[in-house]
Write a protein that binds this ligand. Structure first.
Ligand code: ARG
Length: 670
């Protein structure tokens, strides 16, 4: 081997290894990382993080709702999460007279805490590797059945790690009497809105406060006035000392979905086909919605939630494409796969593996693309959906029509049908749609026909709609042709492809024994660790690791909705009345707001506790910078940063804006 080749190989190997701050580790197996963690400033033991014999940190972390994380901060069930995680519950509790989204809400006593119907939190009771038990012939359903009888409110599930190479039993305890204790106004909790979403410098107070209630035996129970605050086995001590650059941080939470081991074909599809298609389609939708919003303040509010939902992934994907290209992930993976193939050539069980994976991608790629195209075009339209909604909801359609504007939906429909027709692969255009377009002359003319004649455009005429209403007909055409067999959260998750990854991961462990393998995120409890750090955003442009209240005020602009600082916060700033939250930074008296760290996080980590080396709570995770988002596929320690709200800002807002410092009495502040 030539020296050059050797060097190249070493570089390739190094670049594919888990970097220092990369990884989302299973808490029950965290002992394998503890040496590394301690060398970086963690002072506690693996047992402090996860134990089934004694109270540990895992008893203070919950799955909040269906896709966020929360943490316990008192012995009386007090829980912190993000404002954007509590948003749905806060919205449900709000009315014109009690607009908690706009004005915030602060219970002045326990009696004022507001029950959140439908909201649940799940504690992890324990997790267990049952791979061997299953291999010995035990039945998964039976294992789950036994586990669910272990305690009140218990639920169990099996979760596959490493594409099925390891199966874990997770046992949860679900609580369902959860009450809202406090939330800042959106102008603080969502400050910066979509403009600042995924962006640093950030100034969002993205937190809300809830309380878990239990029956008199401290067990889960449906809402009852008799219920009492839940006494958790463990809650976090809150550190008011703050963080400094370089400090150890650990994120304990529920990351949703990553694909760190997919082959180059998958990354190529994501970076060159799927993301660009979805970004372009969403750009068109956002342009149409934004223009309408700019023309009418009522529409701005009416379409705010839709705009936010479209824009969130839209921005994330742009960062992902940029990051994957900059890192050359496709090429790097190709090189890695070349070496893998050479290694595998004389091993019969692996020799044809990559080829078979490639072939599976080849067979599924176009159909999956079509599936994604439907999702991002025809399935985004409201009017065709109204027909189905009316069938399911009878006449109670008000909630759908409140956020529906037929002119905007018509404009969206024209754009999306034209895009669909232009982008759909040869031979996959539904004949019925082709016929409609031919009959009315163009995609636009067909859409005009639908929107001019459907009874579903107006809630008052829904009752008159017939089965052959043109919107219902369009919906039928879409659903008859929708490739629902390809439903999967990503191309690699299609069964025919996913099933091959089990073997691939086993092979990789032999091929690349030095690599630190962590299981892809799958909304199970994980530990990620790193450090507080700024980064070089661009040549010559360093982003510091923290922001302050002065930056909130600097962004203040009453004419821009996202930057309209509440008057109370302006007044506090003017007086410099920060109480115990005030700190001096660079000679300025101010309040810390957000900070950056190198933790490997993803969607679902919202609301996760950010924990310092002593196990104390220093912040609440809520975002990444958009340049970090390729970390779902390849983590780059030089730019990947998670964004947290500083716990001192949480305390400051609770005290000075909420007037709810009585809550501090039940917390452990240090
Ligand atoms: N980007 C964050 C996440 O993916 C926050 C989203 C909510 N905030 C917003 N401004 N849309 O969930």
């Amino acid at each position: 081997m030539t020296k050059r080749l050797l060097l190249l190989l070493t570089a390739a190997i190094l670049s594919m290894q888990a970097f220092a701050d990369e990884g989302m580790w299973l808490p029950s197996l965290v002992s394998s990382r503890i040496k590394d963690m301690r060398s970086k400033g963690f002072r506690l033991s693996a047992d402090d993080i996860y134990s089934i014999n004694k109270a540990s940190m895992k008893d203070a972390v919950v799955l909040f709702g269906r896709g966020c994380t929360g943490e316990l901060v008192s012995g009386e069930g007090l829980l912190l999460t993000n404002h954007h995680c509590g948003y749905g519950s806060i919205q449900k509790l709000s009315s014109i007279d009690h607009d908690y989204l706009t004005y915030g809400f602060w219970a002045k006593s326990r009696g004022e805490e507001l029950p959140c119907e439908g909201l649940t939190v799940d504690f992890l009771v324990r997790m267990e590797d049952i791979t061997d038990r299953l291999a010995d012939g035990e039945d998964a359903a039976a294992i789950i059945g036994v586990a669910e009888k272990e305690g009140k409110g218990y639920r169990a599930s099996t979760e596959s790690m490493y594409y099925g190479n390891q199966i874990f039993l997770f046992v949860w305890q679900r609580f369902e009497d959860i009450r809202l204790v406090g939330t800042p106004p959106s102008a603080i909790g969502k400050f910066g809105g979509d403009t600042d979403n995924w962006i640093w410098p950030r100034h969002t107070g993205d937190f809300s406060i809830f309380r878990i209630y239990a029956d008199k035996d401290n067990a889960p129970a449906a809402y009852s006035a008799e219920n009492v605050p839940y006494k958790p086995k463990r809650h976090f001590t809150v550190s008011t000392k703050g963080v400094a650059e370089g400090d150890f941080t650990m994120i304990y939470g529920f990351p949703g979905n990553t694909q760190e081991y997919v082959i180059s074909d998958a990354v190529d599809y994501i970076a060159n086909v799927s993301d660009p298609m979805k970004i372009a389609l969403r750009t068109r939708r956002l342009d149409i919605i934004s223009a309408a919003q700019a023309s009418d303040p009522h529409i701005r509010i009416q379409y705010a939630a839709k705009h936010a939902a479209i824009a969130n992934a839209w921005k994330k994907w742009q960062g992902e494409v940029l990051g994957l290209k900059r890192l050359g992930t496709v090429e790097k993976k190709r090189e890695y796969e070349r070496r893998f193939a050479a290694w595998a050539a004389d091993k019969p069980q692996y020799a044809h593996l990559l080829d078979s994976m490639r072939a599976a991608y080849g067979r599924n790629r176009e159909a999956y693309y079509t599936y994604e195209l439907y999702n991002e075009t025809l399935l985004t339209l409201d009017l065709p959906l109204m027909a189905r909604r009316a069938a399911a909801n009878g006449n109670d359609m008000s909630k759908y029509y409140r956020d529906f504007n037929p002119d905007i939906d018509r404009a969206l429909a024209k754009a999306m049908l034209a895009e669909f027709a232009a982008r759909i692969p040869e031979g996959r255009m539904p004949q019925a749609l082709t016929d409609k377009v031919a009959r009315y002359g163009s995609t636009d003319a067909y859409i005009d026909y639908v929107y001019d004649n459907s009874k579903y455009v107006d809630p008052r005429t829904v009752g008159e709609a017939s089965a052959d209403d043109p919107a219902a007909e369009l919906y039928d055409i879409v659903m008859k042709n929708y490739p629902r067999g390809y439903r999967a959260r990503n191309l690699s998750d299609l069964k025919e492809i996913r099933s091959r990854y089990g073997t691939y991961l086993r092979a990789l462990r032999e091929f690349d024994p030095e690599r630190a393998f962590f299981p892809d995120a799958n909304l199970t409890l994980r530990v990620a660790y790193g450090k507080v750090a700024g980064y070089e955003y661009a040549d010559g442009e360093y982003h510091r690791h923290f922001t302050t209240l002065d930056g909130v005020i600097a962004k203040d602009n009453p004419d821009i909705y996202d930057y309209n600082v509440p008057q109370v916060l302006r007044d506090i700033h003017r007086k410099g009345d920060y109480g115990r939250s005030g700190v001096t930074i660079d000679g300025r008296h101010t309040v810390p707001v957000c900070f950056l760290a190198t933790n490997h996080t993803t969607g679902g980590n919202s609301g996760s506790p950010v924990i310092n080396g002593r196990g104390e709570l220093v912040g609440i995770n809520f975002d990444r910078t958009w340049r970090s988002t390729m970390s779902d596929i390849e983590f780059d320690p030089s730019v990947c940063r998670n964004i947290s709200v500083d716990i001192r800002y949480v305390l400051f807002i609770t005290d000075k804006v909420g007037g709810a410092s009585y809550l501090f009495d039940e917390m452990t502040l240090k």
